[in-house]
Design a protein around this ligand. Sequence first.
Ligand SMILES: [Zn+2]
Length: 160
Amino acid sequence: MRVPIKIGSTTLVGVLRESFPLQHGNCFDMIVDEKGYHVANMYYENLEHLIETLGLKDLEIEIILEPELHRRGTLLVKDSRVPDDYLHNNICSTCLGSERANDVRKKLGLPEVEEKDMWVIESSDSKKLRLEWTITELPGICIINDSAIEAINKIDFEEK
Ligand SMILES: [Zn+2]
């Protein structure tokens, strides 16, 4: 379907803009029918470059996953005006969470990647705790699994 280009959130990683297309850039969301979708196969800088050079105002896309509770919707750019080398298949598990990223890889016939979304926190006496987290559909918000919260409650981080 062809939709007007409406950018939602973007990640804010600094990138060198030496020559286009960039091999690594920022992830972004597009707003389609007032819902945000993670764009799985294109970096923001590359789209911005095509908007500037080709005057793109709309984009042919395919929605591959609808947003669900705690899971982000995902779409692919499939536009004949976008050269192949402006697209990528580095499905981003930082943005999507590893489970959702694997859902997307499965849909695209890409190999799944075995990984867990984990943070390690350390108390002042070097006790370590691994936290599993799950990404939500809200930008920048993730939830920590219940079992991790129980573990935090059991550890006394202020032992004196
Ligand atoms: Zn990302």
